[in-house]
Design a protein around this ligand. Structure first.
Ligand code: ADP
Ligand code: MG
Length: 733
């Protein structure tokens, strides 16, 4: 009898070689295999009649091979096969189909799935055809006949036909059908009493089916199961499996939250002297939203538990000043504050503006980035370790260069929507800092839905800056084909003549992508594809297109002094047009810039374009965002561009971005710290996530009397043995 933890190679028909193939798919136990759910189902209980097929629909049919032939056209070989039911037939077409030549014999029964299309000309049996349908041969294949008759004779009918049939993603020689049979066998040999970690109280409360039944029905749905539910993974069986995964994630997180609240933070004081110090350096009246958010942050800082707060605020909503206010609270209490930015340019800019605001009031501000010379770095580290530096601004170098703070009280991480860095905060503390932990404030212009934030960060409170400072004008956004570039350059020239500045952004520097942290999923793919690169266009614009206009160039491969110089000249208005890569994506603040031209806009991610657009519209003058596009735009690219012209609401854009890209890419793929799920999908299953959270809180809280001690213990031990590894991924500093 099989158990969930039985190694997969002991399943009949698997063995060490196949086990090796499966392990590449992350399948090493019976349980892993059971979580390998079908990605699609075919209704072969009620397959369509060919006579009823309509062009445009996805259809599943069962039909007999009539004949097939391979044609050689100039471009490629095409395999054509006619399949039929009685007198109605449909033609199947396979491009580059030479490999199919001898696969099929007249009379063979096939299950086919694919899109039905109107055929050209007169097909022998009818006018409809299917291009590249998925095919499964029903009944034994000739060379497998012997084995099949021994092993699968009885299964044949029940598994392939007359039911809703699961379709699995194959791997190597293991095709969908192999998975179907193996999983079926595993289910029939599985111990009927497999452990179920969800306590009966929760199961009853939510009407969840037992685990074994859920596995059974997710793989082999009952006749009559809703097609729509199967397609959305929302049958009772799916919901049960998804809930379970989310439930244990949330239990793990809830335990963490509780532990976290027992940790000791710093109790900052916010007295009149501190308030006065803040008032003194503020260059303008804060907006109501800024006041509210600072209130939330200050309350956290005064509390004895370490702050873990996410500040979400659209581009230009004024997050920086809020961060500086928090820094002043820390400094006035005798602590140091650190502000971490994702790029050197942004760190430098923060440094310059912080110095302008704070140094006159006697605060000591210091910059530390990776590209500083070694002895300057050493000196910076010394100032930090001795406590001379009160506000330290820098890039990841702050973590990577083994900086030790004398008395670190507050860490601000700016523009952080890539989560990898979060786990490493603790590196910034001195090993001897056993007692009080610094407060942490993370700021982002790429908002994420609340439940997701809670799940990804574990214990994060969320503040929202939902008001722009006064005097902003809406940005006019237009999409223009790059064939009309001359008109765009003419517009840029006129703006320059009127004293306004322009950014022109390219996805690459010189036919290769810019530094890694600026990659988008798309720009990473465009190496050497002949796109206009920043450097080349800089030369062209400067020499030919915009004579008399002062053009500058900025990209990630300049050294930091060069970057600095260019940025400063642009800030001072000594450069009219700044040709750049996405190094200017985040945070750069030059209010006199009114035009943002993005070339090959179809290549950029949505949040990234929104960030870029956020560089303009910061002053009183009218601003323009021009999205120049090449000739090839994917449907997704088109949706991104449409969204950009339709809305300027960062929250709406982030939601759509998340939906288009899925959580993996949105959060910056692998190193993101986002948990890897087997069946759940954080976006699709948002509602279940909410439910799981509530139930997890009930289980963890000892106050809920409906949950017995024994049940609680079962959940915890189940969590330990089965789920630790997974929820461990969302470790938060
Ligand atoms: P972001 O939230 O994108 O980081 P910034 O902090 O860079 O935005 O602020 C954008 C611009 O708005 C800056 O020039 C900043 O000085 C200005 N700003 C911020 N708050 C206010 C305010 N309350 N009144 C006027 N200008 C403000
Ligand atoms: Mg900012």
């Amino acid at each position: 009898m099989l158990e969930l933890h039985t190694p997969i190679q002991y399943v009949r028909g698997v063995g060490p070689r196949i086990a090796g193939v499966l392990s590449e798919k992350g399948i090493s136990t019976v349980e892993d295999l059971l979580y390998y759910l079908p990605f699609r189902y075919e209704d072969r209980a009620n397959p369509k009649n060919i006579a009823e097929l309509r062009a445009g629909e996805m259809a599943s049919i069962i039909a007999e091979v009539r004949g097939s032939a391979l044609y050689r056209t100039k471009k490629m070989p095409i395999f054509e096969m006619t399949v039929a039911q009685g007198r109605s037939a449909v033609k199947c077409i396979f491009f580059n189909g030479a490999y199919l030549k001898d696969r099929f014999k007249p009379g063979q029964l096939l299950a086919l799935y694919g899109k039905v299309e109107e055929g050209f000309g007169k097909s022998p049996g009818g006018r409809l055809e299917m291009k590249q349908p998925q095919i499964e041969v029903l009944g034994p294949l000739p060379d497998e006949a012997e084995e099949a008759s021994l092993l699968e004779a009885k299964l044949e009918d029940s598994l392939e036909m007359g039911r809703i049939v699961p379709i699995y993603e194959g791997t190597g020689k293991l095709n969908s059908r192999w998975f179907r049979h193996t999983i079926h066998r595993v289910l029939s040999e599985l111990n009927p009493e497999i452990p179920d970690g969800i306590p009966p109280a929760v199961r009853e409360h939510l009407g969840l089916m037992p685990r074994r039944e859920a596995f059974q029905q997710a793989h082999f749905p009952l006749v009559g199961e809703s097609r729509a539910d199967l397609e959305n993974s929302s049958t009772p069986a799916h919901r049960r499996l998804i809930f379970e995964e989310l439930f244990f994630l949330e239990v793990g997180l809830e335990l963490k939250r509780r532990n976290f609240r027992r940790r000791t933070g710093i109790k900052f004081e916010l007295n009149d002297a501190v308030r006065a110090a803040i008032k003194r350096f503020l260059p303008f009246h804060p907006t109501a939203a800024q006041k509210r958010v600072l209130g939330e942050i200050a309350a956290d800082m005064q509390a004895p538990v370490p702050m873990r707060r996410l500040l979400q605020g659209d581009v230009g909503s004024g997050k920086t000043i809020v961060a500086l206010e928090a820094a002043v609270i820390a400094i006035e209490n005798g602590y140091q504050a650190a502000l971490m930015a994702p790029t050197e340019i942004l760190a430098t800019q923060h440094y310059l503006s912080a110095r302008k605001l704070l140094e006159d009031h006697g605060y000591r501000v210091l910059l530390l980035t990776g590209s500083l010379e070694e002895d300057r770095k050493r000196e910076a580290r010394r100032h930090i370790a001795q406590g001379n530096a009160q506000l330290v601004i820098g890039t990841h170098a702050l973590i990577e260069e083994k900086v030790e703070f004398a008395k670190l009280g507050l860490i601000v991480v700016d523009e952080q929507h890539r989560f990898g860095v979060m786990q490493r905060w603790r590196l910034m503390r001195k090993p001897s800092d056993e007692l009080a932990e610094p407060d942490v404030l993370v700021m982002t212009a790429t908002p994420i839905p609340r439940t997701l934030a809670l799940t990804l960060y574990g214990d994060l409170d969320v503040s929202i800056l939902d008001e722009l400072p006064p005097g902003r004008t809406p940005i006019i956004t237009r999409m223009i084909s790059d064939e009309r570039a001359t008109e765009v350059w003419e517009f840029v020239r006129k703006q320059a003549a009127a004293g306004h500045q322009t950014y022109i952004v390219y996805p690459v520097i010189e036919g290769s992508a810019d530094e890694p942290h600026e990659f988008t999923p798309d720009s990473a793919k465009i190496k050497g594809s002949g796109l206009k690169a920043a450097t080349e266009m800089y030369e062209e614009l400067r020499n030919k297109v915009l004579p008399g206009v002062r053009v500058g160039l900025l990209h990630g491969r300049l050294n930091s002094d060069e970057k600095d110089l260019v940025m400063r000249r642009f800030q001072r208005g000594e450069i009219d047009v700044l040709v750049a890569t996405t190094v200017i994506e985040v945070g750069v603040d030059v209010p006199n810039a009114t035009v943002m031209v993005i070339e090959h806009a179809e290549r950029f991610g949505l949040s990234q374009m929104h960030q870029l657009r956020g560089r303009i519209g910061r002053g009183a003058a009218k601003s323009y965002c021009v999205l120049m596009t090449g000739s090839k735009i994917s449907p997704e690219g088109q949706r991104r561009l449409d969204a950009m012209t339709r809305t300027q609401d960062g929250f709406a854009i982030a939601e759509l971005d998340l939906e288009l890209r899925g959580p993996g890419e949105f959060f910056g793929t692998k190193q993101s710290g986002a948990p890897a799920f087997r069946v759940a999908n954080l976006i699709r299953d948002r509602k279940l996530l909410e439910l799981a959270r509530i139930e997890a809180q009930r289980i963890v809280s000892t106050e809920d009397k409906q949950i017995s001690h024994a049940e609680r213990t079962t959940v915890m031990s189940h969590l330990k043995t089965h789920w630790q590894r997974r929820y461990g991924l969302v470790e938060v500093g």
